[in-house]
Design a binder for this molecule. Sequence first.
Ligand code: NDP
Length: 444
Amino acid sequence: MSYVDEIYARVVEQNPGEKEFHQAVKEVLDSLKLVIDANEEEYRKISLLERLVEPERIISFRVPWVDDNGKVQVNKGYRVQFNSAIGPYKGGLRFHPSVNQSILKFLGFEQIFKNSLTGLPIGGGKGGANFDPKGKSDREVMAFCQSFMTELSKYIGADQDVPAGDIGVGGREIGFMYGQYKRLTGQYEGVLTGKGLTWGGSLVRTQATGYGLVYIVDEMLKHVGKSLEGQTVVVSGSGNVAIYATEKAQQLGAKVVALSDSNGYVYDPEGIKLDIVKEIKEVRRGRIKEYADEVPSAKYTEGTGIWSIPCDIALPCATQNELNLEDAKTLKANGCFLVAEGANMPSTREATDFYLENGIMFMPGKAANAGGVATSALEMCQNSMRLSWSFDEVDQKLKNIMADIYAKTADAAERYGVPGNFVAGANIAGFEKVADAMKAQGIV
Ligand code: NDP
């Protein structure tokens, strides 16, 4: 058995039932096979892969809080501190009823390579809770966030572990958690990113993941002599990533015709009117269905059929495994030639293989959505310097980082004889730096 197959078998055996984690490890290890085979003896000797797939630490804790009826509720909270070889742990917090250890381990594992790809000194981590902020009052969300942070604060710090937002954790939640951290520790430090602009946040952080996604798509198109001008784009989700991917795609001349949420999708052949989406989603915290109530050219459809809408470019920006093999085939049949992932692992493994085998240009999430964490690292940098950069300054740095990620990814794919395979390229480029640091730091 090859080293890679051995490690995958070990992960499945030692982490029973963690199917999302297995999926993420398999995808990464398979695409690293060329590098690992080339260095097998050296890596085996220091058990590099055994260490890479085992989180440095997982903290799991109880989060009790009182709801508006005076009843005590209890949720499960976690922080997975996966790998600190190249910097303090960095990765978002997700609040969603589906959150469990497997999902956070998959996200934390992916984060290691994504963070490495940004070229910035940040390790990989992820955390969250099986708490659903939907339908909760502001007071309930605050009570939850304060209780969550009371426990988490013992394990994080500006040079130790710096969480950020993810699904269900936006500016409001970061604010409540930051306030509690400060109260508990007395420290005004950059311990969380995604902070408000008046209290240590960075300009462009809100837009960064969506903008970064479109910047890398722009790079991919440039290299084949195309541009976003006039392209029809379908974006799934209607949260932070989806909204700002839509905004930047529109600014660069594309027509975004669809958005979704977990209930259904809207199709607006005249192009999505983003100000209305922002009002529904960012102000009223409503459902995407309301868009069709307000815009006569739009049609709302219940369910998950968004990928049946014809487009040139698909940007899945909602959640993991939201785009399967059938969806990938439908996209291809309808003329889609490029898929780039705003969400983490939105394409199933079968869908990813289909893109690669059928000439669809494909940029995986760990490269395509790295703009968010990269800008978080820029926020850490500004916090440490006690400075704030202008919007244009941060935006330009983000653009450069995305161009650099494209270049590194394309270069690694070339070097290992799989040109255009950005899945392999992103994993290899991210892995090389982490592996090198782990070798240098001895057996830890
Ligand atoms: P948000 O919570 O702001 O938005 C998530 C969106 O996806 C919502 O519209 C939500 O709909 C929808 N959604 C969630 N679950 C499903 C589902 N099962 N089926 C269909 N739609 C669904 O999160 P973000 O925009 O921040 O994150 C989206 C993705 O991007 C995640 O995979 C996240 O890990 C990834 N990401 C985010 C980064 C960031 O900076 N925010 C950075 C890098 C990656 P509903 O309201 O109905 O739940």
